[in-house]
Design a binder for this molecule. Structure first.
Ligand code: GTP
Length: 343
């Protein structure tokens, strides 16, 4: 039963993939019997459309499952199923209109909201463009009102789902105090970076930053004052890092920075700048607050925890040799006498 569990876990991790696969299964179960019925009645155009719709939805589900490109697969299904729904109206007349509501809801579950909105507007207009048209003005008004309501509910529902999803994602991945990525994200991204940099033979750096004598700020001025210093510290780091660098808060007053595709000189330049900005800008209630920085470059033997341990060891050196400085592992300057950035 392990394969069954693996499928369940994969679907649980990606709601859009789950929707696409669910629609694929439901489309086959619900549409194919109609195709058989229509074949028995000799409605061959409708049969072809039904089979095509099922094939497209099932094919897309397979594509999404294999490639993980669920946004593209979802958008494709929206466009093709909407076209199929219009085709069924052409083939069956008003009977085909009964499928419109199902497709309108499915569009919001599968595709981006704006695309679903556009597809639903097209579905609302389509019966008026058919040769047979609507028989009575009352029926036209009823159709427009009900289709507009379904579209509105679908829009609101999909917006709410996206909103709650982004809030839950923020809760799971952001540090609540400083807004930086948290330890959980670091433990996902750094191993990925190790694998990527090893396979592409690219250099990468990892730095650990820790405030100096931060306990004193808490002890003398309280936890709230300490929190404000932490927020200011994170803000200085964020402002002075490059877009490609990744900042994490992984402990109380400990932050880490991943420098992808960066060599040792590049890492050193950025860290020197950070240290300078911290010296110039970081203030606590009783004056400047300083930080120590340790860093290590990725080596061929590293996994992420050994890399982290080496960066942490360099931080320990920076603390041991007087704080308010940078130590990059392996650098002979990173000795008690001469640490980079020592004041
Ligand atoms: N205000 C605040 N303080 C925190 C938070 N997390 C950890 N701390 C405090 O950070 C302090 C860390 O103290 P230490 O590990 O002794 O480090 P330090 O005083 O900075 O000393 P060195 O690192 O050796 O320079 C402790 O007082 C913790 O209570 C937090 O979220 N907010």
């Amino acid at each position: 039963m392990r394969w069954w569990r693996a499928i369940f876990e994969k679907l649980r991790a990606d709601i859009r993939l789950a929707m696409i696969c669910l629609l694929g299964a439901l489309a086959a179960i619900t549409i194919l019997p109609f195709a058989a019925l229509r074949a028995a009645n000799g409605q061959w155009t409708a049969v072809v459309i039904d089979v095509l719709v099922v094939a497209v939805i099932a094919g897309n589900a397979l594509f999404a499952w294999r490639t993980g490109r669920t946004r593209l697969a979802g958008s494709t299904v929206v466009v093709l199923v909407t076209i199929g729904c219009v085709g069924i109206q052409v083939a069956l007349g008003l009977e085909g209109l009964l499928w419109v509501y199902t497709v309108m809801i499915a569009n919001f579950m599968l595709g981006p909201r704006l695309l679903a909105m556009a597809a639903n507007l097209a579905l609302m207009a389509s019966p008026f463009l058919l040769p047979a048209g609507f028989p009575a003005p009352d029926a036209q008004a009823t159709f427009l009102a009900t289709a507009a309501l379904v579209t509105l509910y679908g829009f609101i529902f999909s917006w709410l789902v996206a909103f709650h999803h982004s809030q839950m994602e923020a809760l799971a991945t952001r540090d609540a105090l400083t807004g930086t990525a948290n330890r959980r994200v670091m433990e996902t991204e750094v191993p990925q970076a190790v694998a990527t940099h090893h396979s592409r033979r690219l250099p990468a750096g990892l730095a650990v930053l820790d405030l100096d004598h931060f306990k004193l700020v808490n002890d003398q001025h309280g936890h709230d004052a300490g929190d404000r210093v932490l927020v200011a510290f994170a803000e200085i780091l964020r402002r002075n890092l490059r877009k490609s660098d990744r900042l994490y808060r992984f402990g109380g007053e400990e932050f880490a920075v991943l420098f992808p595709a960066t060599d040792r000189d590049g890492v050193e330049v950025v860290l020197e700048k950070l240290l300078q900005r911290i010296r110039e800008e970081l203030r606590g209630p009783s004056g400047p607050v300083r930080a120590s920085i340790g860093a290590a470059m990725l080596t061929g033997d590293d996994d992420w925890s050994s890399w982290m341990m080496r960066a942490d060891g360099a931080l320990y050196q920076a603390k041991r040799t007087g704080r308010d400085r940078i130590c990059i592992e392996g650098d002979r300057r990173c000795s008690p006498e001469r640490c980079a950035g020592s004041a």
